[in-house]
Design a protein around this ligand. Structure first.
Ligand code: NAP
Length: 236
């Protein structure tokens, strides 16, 4: 989804930083996306050092209008076999890293913020925390519930600074994260048929929603968890 989001913002005319812990993938993506606009890569992992590096690079520019926290991982295993460090790993990437990045980049976000045009934080949550699936993804669903609550709490904390904080809760999109489920026999049809609009998400669905939140139309919206899921969460 990160590529879909970054590409959407580049095409909409934003200067976009993408971050990745895979140097060559990062460089290739920058070359490809630079054909339709402006972007630069930051090669960094989401550990303490990487987050400091991202902060240092962005701070050099003086200000940041929009931060999208997209990186995420899942871990699925039967309850009895669930790895002891599963929560530490998954919560670290899905919840701890966004919190640390937000704190690190706050000065840059504050520098761009004004009441008429707030800075925007967009966290990528998940429909997996809005309606529970049959998957044994205990650390994932709880980490996503955590990012939804953190989104609302930060919206209260940062509203007076003219920074909006919202989460997009995607339904199924055909990415690496979904490969296992979609690759099972009959998996694709099962997933699609569980969606009222009878299709999976596409790049414009996620990018368009993020651009809306970052646009003038989204300036008065904060603390919202917005499902982009073809109606799947309407089932409860
Ligand atoms: N696809 C869906 O249907 C769906 C539904 C709901 C929510 N989401 C959320 O959407 C976001 C993007 O997921 P995706 O579907 O695009 O899955 P994906 O293709 O697996 O992408 C996940 C991205 O997160 C990065 N990442 C994972 N662990 C990292 C770490 N420790 N440090 C730095 N980067 C790390 C991965 O980098 P590497 O390539 O280097 O591993 C990858 O670029 C996630 O937050 C996910 O929970 C996805």
């Amino acid at each position: 989804l990160g590529r879909m989001l970054a590409e959407g913002f580049v095409q909409a005319g934003a200067f976009v930083y993408i971050t990745s812990r895979d140097k060559s993938a990062c460089e290739t993506a920058v070359v490809e996306m630079s054909r339709s606009g402006e972007c630069a890569g930051i090669y960094a992992s989401l550990d303490a050092t990487g987050i400091r590096d991202i902060g240092a690079r962005v701070t050099r520019d003086g200000h940041l209008d929009v931060l999208v926290n997209n990186a995420g991982m899942t871990l699925t295993a039967p309850l009895e076999d669930y790895p002891d460090d599963g929560f530490e790993k998954v919560w670290g990437v899905n919840l701890g890293a966004p919190f640390a990045l937000i704190r690190t980049l706050l000065p840059s976000l504050r520098a761009a913020a004004s009441p008429a045009d707030p800075s925007r934080i967009i966290n990528i949550g998940s429909i997996g925390a809005l309606r529970l699936s049959v998957l044994d993804n205990f650390a994932y669903s709880t980490s996503k519930a955590g990012i939804h609550i953190l989104t609302r709490q930060l919206a209260l904390a940062l509203g007076p600074d003219a920074i909006t904080v919202n989460a997009i809760a995607p339904g199924p999109f055909p990415t690496a994260l979904m490969n296992r489920l979609l690759g099972e026999p009959g998996g694709f049809d099962r997933v699609r048929d569980g969606i009222p609009l009878r299709r999976l998400g596409e790049p414009d669905d996620i990018a368009g929603t993020a651009i809306f939140l970052a646009s003038r139309a989204g300036a008065f919206i904060t603390g919202v968890i917005l499902p982009v899921d073809g109606g799947a969460s309407a089932r409860g």
